[in-house]
Write a protein that binds this ligand. Sequence first.
Ligand code: PAF
Length: 197
Amino acid sequence: MKVFDTPEEMRAWSMERIREGKTIGFAPTMGALHAGHESLMRRSAEENDVSVLSVFVNPTQFGPNEDFDKYPRTFEADCTLAEKTGQQAVYAPHARVMYPEGFATYVDVERLTAGLCGASRPGHFRGVTTVVSKLLNAVLPTRLYLGQKDAQQAAVLRRMARDLDFGVEVVVCPTIREADGLAMSSRNRYLSTEERE
Ligand code: PAF
């Protein structure tokens, strides 16, 4: 399994696969992978000739008082799971590569981002749509795999892909739950027993 950390390397690898006539499946993540991510990676590997995972904790989608600094980072374990689920490549760019000095271009999906999570997390979806645009431009996937758990995110990214002609098929996969019914999330580890209930 290859690990790339610049868009140039990632795109060169993908362009070779495209030249070979292969389809590319892609699951974007912020790492700290759990069974929900695993289901996206497995489906991507099943439905495509090659499959790519990205791991990038994206600073622009966190608000000033959110958990960017303490967001769990488990890169080695993430790579082990990626390999086990049949990923051919992991794209893990550094923040300075994604957002170099002078970075000034953002992608904004209007209306769909106004309510729900968008109302309580100003700027969150602008960060998500910007980073996913950049990831799509590097990975050049045929299909993009997203979780139904983040329903608004899936709707926003589907609209973005359509409006900006990314030419990618958006596949939304079912929510995977813990035994007690809680949707799996990298942030579940923050919950106390009462909060969890
Ligand atoms: O759902 C996530 O983990 C993130 O919002 C995503 C899509 C990887 C963009 O950073």
